[in-house]
Design a protein around this ligand. Structure first.
Ligand SMILES: Nc1nc2c(c(=O)[nH]1)N[C@H]1C(S)=C(S)[C@@H](COP(=O)(O)OP(=O)(O)OC[C@H]3O[C@@H](n4cnc5c(=O)[nH]c(N)nc54)[C@H](O)[C@@H]3O)O[C@H]1N2
Ligand SMILES: Nc1nc2c(c(=O)[nH]1)N[C@H]1C(S)=C(S)[C@@H](COP(=O)(O)OP(=O)(O)OC[C@H]3O[C@@H](n4cnc5c(=O)[nH]c(N)nc54)[C@H](O)[C@@H]3O)O[C@H]1N2
Ligand code: SF4
Ligand SMILES: [Mo]
Length: 689
């Protein structure tokens, strides 16, 4: 801690939000621990002293008058939001009694933990909680709500989720920002790309929506939703047929080129133009420019992988730098996620061996079904922490129907009275990450960081690790691991992270310097390309592993209408509800500091005219799963057939009191068991309210 002005202190911290940038922060506090300023850490090589607006205003979240500071017990109806204060002892007793009754009546698998990425702190995200639920014998949760379709598609091709060091991407000369709105969701990548651009790089954006990132591009290519896989195949066709590939690279580093070459004639630019809506000339130009300038970089986003065909689409795009050999040049190739550079010791942290039987796993995207249709046994107790499933998960009405069940006991550990917390029987107060210690990796840059608490725990809040430590004690779990302190958990997490160093050594280095670079760019490009974690050790254009799973071993494209159960004649528009600038998923949606004040649906003028919809009307968006009412804007940023809304707003922001995930089905993606948020077929009509 550094005293730098009368009564003001500056402390270092790390942003715990689920954002690729994982910024270093400088927090200025007064002597009463009130935050006066939040800035980007100037010494952090990625943050470089600037952060997003959301977190510059973080004080509004930390000191928000509606934070939950004590345990609460429901007194009203489920969902009504009426609670009474109780003590921690009473809350833990309620949980103990209800969980034990569930175990006695229905078995441990009738209890379901549900968590995601409210905090990206490694030990608070997953350690003591996993140990507790394993020992309890609860059902397990498959946590695939974010990027698992793309991660799986990428890994089938490249072996692991590792790409280039983004710091070096300023050296690229041809940059494709594909299905990611970097200006909102990864601002430091955008800053690096802007530097490349100043040096003469061309920047292409491929998206369904002319978003803020597209507005900044040299060339914006707008395509129909979920047709990216086909576009990548069209580019491969031109690269291969026009001899724009690097044969030496292909021979040395890839597997299956002959098979790909035979197949690729199926995807002529003409055919791909029909599928994607992108002109033949544009497809040829894009492929020719990309193939001619080998110093290229593709920032692979999340947009197209939130579709039924998202795993394969990611795989197809991942094949492109393997054909041109872009990987050979510093800062060139691709980056989808770099999470696997960080070898967190999950085995030590989560201790699966505490489980006495091999319990079933439930996919988090199918919570609605799990709570309403699952049997043998049904779910009778649900423990939600670090997540807001009523807002973020598919098929909202089904989830709410489940949460309303009188025979379901629900615990929610939260900072705020979210739409999910309103359905709890017991609410437990959670602190913000400024109140606890944790270590952070990024899924984009290559730095590991430590964040000490900048203030004491507020009210009666307890961080996730301490909560589950106390629960374990009450349940009589006396294995040593339940006594591990946060310091011990951090050392365990870091064991094996850096070759030749113990977890304690890495931790003590972090205590001193706060930040460690975990890998160098050259590690991947020069040493690893010949030794990838695919079965052939090479970049797999043909994947035997996919073949063995009954999937197409070669890149392919399947139209999303082949997967949907929705009647696409009745529901002809594709709804894309992607993140906005102001919130982080549904976090911060209740922290009011913005110019935007309600969710908006953007619609093309032809689609609006055909429905007698005028600008600023309230419309009903609906399909067989439900409906949502919100204000409409007629916009030339969306194409005909596609409607777009930004932001995961809380229910009360919508005229219907229900959000757009109401309309999203619980089906899973082609690869990786991911959600299909953006493959949502809807109809829109003018509303009477
Ligand atoms: N401000 C802010 N930052 C965030 C988040 C946030 O909520 N707010 N969320 C964080 C999280 S958890 C994640 S996973 C990342 C996600 O960040 P991104 O990788 O940027 O992914 P999305 O924001 O989901 O979608 C990006 C783009 O995909 C487009 N899109 C939708 N369907 C398609 C398609 O079929 N093809 C193409 N080419 N584009 C399509 C959308 O129009 C949108 O512009 O951002 C993180 N950062
Ligand atoms: N329609 C649509 N739906 C989407 C997406 C989309 O693009 N479109 N994006 C999807 C993606 S990519 C993701 S990653 C998911 C995100 O889904 P979630 O991970 O559920 O994200 P949040 O909405 O941020 O909710 C996190 C909650 O954790 C709480 N929290 C924060 N810190 C702590 C803590 O230390 N302890 C506890 N107990 N709680 C804490 C916060 O207050 C917040 O309410 O949403 C998905 N849902
Ligand atoms: S939300 Fe992202 S950009 Fe904003 S401070 Fe946090 S890590 Fe940085
Ligand atoms: Mo995510």
């Amino acid at each position: 801690m550094e005293k730098f002005m009368d009564n003001l202190y500056k402390k270092h911290s790390v942003c715990s939000l689920d954002c690729p940038d994982t910024c270093g922060l400088e927090i200025t506090l007064d002597e009463n621990n009130i935050i006066r300023k939040v800035e980007g850490d100037k010494s952090n090589p990625i943050t470089r002293g600037f952060i997003c607006n959301k977190v510059r205003n973080l004080a509004n979240r930390i000191h928000h008058p509606e934070r939950i500071y004590t345990p609460l017990k429901r007194v009203g109806k489920k969902g009504e939001g009426k609670f009474l204060k109780i003590t921690w002892e009473q809350a833990i007793e309620e949980i103990y009694n209800n969980f034990n009754e569930c175990i006695r009546k229905y078995g441990g698998e009738s209890i379901l933990p549900y968590s995601y990425a409210g905090t990206m702190g490694i030990i608070n995200n997953s350690s003591m909680d996993r140990r507790f639920f394993h020992k309890l014998g609860a059902s397990k949760l498959e946590r695939t709500i974010c990027s698992s379709a793309g991660s799986a598609g990428y890994a089938y091709t490249m072996g692991e989720n590792k790409g280039i060091n983004p710091e070096a991407s300023s050296l690229a000369e041809y940059i494709i920002i594909w299905g990611t709105n970097l200006v909102n969701t990864n601002i430091h990548q955008m800053e690096i790309i802007n530097r490349a651009r100043k040096n003469g790089a061309k920047v292409v954006v491929i998206d369904v929506h002319r978003n803020k990132t597209a507005e900044l591009a040299d060339w914006f290519i707008q395509l129909k939703p979920a047709t990216d896989g086909a576009l990548a195949l069209g580019i491969m066709n031109v690269l291969i047929n026009n001899n724009l590939v690097d044969k030496n690279f292909i021979n040395k580093y890839t597997y299956g080129y002959t098979e790909l070459k035979q197949m690729i004639n199926l995807y002529t630019p003409e055919k791909v133009a029909k599928i994607t809506g992108v002109a033949v000339t544009d497809i040829v130009q894009l492929a020719t420019e990309y193939g001619s300038n080998k110093k290229s970089f593709i920032r692979i986003g999340n947009g197209f992988q939130h579709h039924f065909n998202g795993g394969m689409a990611t795989r197809n795009i991942t094949c492109l730098p393997a054909l041109t050999g872009a990987w050979q040049y510093k800062g060139c190739g691709a980056l989808k996620s770099n999470s696997e550079y960080f070898k967190i010791n999950k085995k030590k942290l989560e201790l699966l061996e505490l489980e006495t039987s091999n319990n079933r796993t439930i996919n988090m995207n199918q919570l609605g079904d799990a709570l309403t249709t699952l049997s043998n046994p049904s779910i009778h107790a649900l423990f939600i922490y670090s997540s807001n499933p009523v807002i973020v998960a598919p098929n909202q009405s089904q989830i709410i129907k489940g949460l309303e069940r009188e025979d379901l006991f629900t615990v929610v550990h939260e900072i705020f009275m979210t739409d999910t917390a309103k359905y709890a029987d017991i609410i437990l107060p959670a602190p913000t990450s400024l109140e606890y210690i944790d270590v952070y990796r990024s899924y984009w840059h290559l730095y590991l960081q430590l964040s000490d608490p900048v203030m004491p725990l507020k009210g009666e809040c307890l961080q996730n690790t301490e909560l589950f430590r106390r629960l374990a004690k009450r349940f009589g779990f006396n294995d040593d691991c339940f006594n591990n302190s946060d310091d011990e958990l951090i050392s365990q997490a870091l064991e094996g992270m850096i070759a030749g160093k113990t977890g304690e050594q890495v931790y003590s280095y972090l205590k001193q310097y706060k930040i460690i670079k975990i890998a160098e760019e050259s590690d991947y490009i020069n040493n690893k390309l010949l030794n990838l974690k695919t079965s052939s050790g090479k970049i797999e254009l043909y994947s035997n592993q996919l073949r063995m799973c009954g999937l197409d071993p070669l890149p392919n494209y399947i139209d999303i209408t082949n997967y949907t159960k929705e009647d696409i004649v009745k529901y002809p528009l594709v709804l894309v509800n992607a993140p906005n600038e102001r919130f982080l998923n549904s976090s911060l949606a209740n922290v009011n500091f913005s110019f935007e004040d309600e969710p908006i649906l953007e619609i093309h003028c032809d689609d609006a005219n055909a429905r007698n919809i005028e600008d600023l009307d309230i419309v009903t968006v609906y399909n067989s799963l439900g409906e949502c009412k919100l204000r409409v804007r007629i916009s030339d940023k969306v194409q005909k057939g596609n409607v777009v809304s930004l932001g995961l707003w809380w229910n009360s922001a919508y005229k219907s009191g229900t959000n757009l995930n109401q309309l999203v089905c619980q089906e899973l993606s082609d690869i990786g068991n991911g959600p299909v948020f953006f493959s949502t077929f809807v109809q829109v009509q003018k509303s009477n309210i």
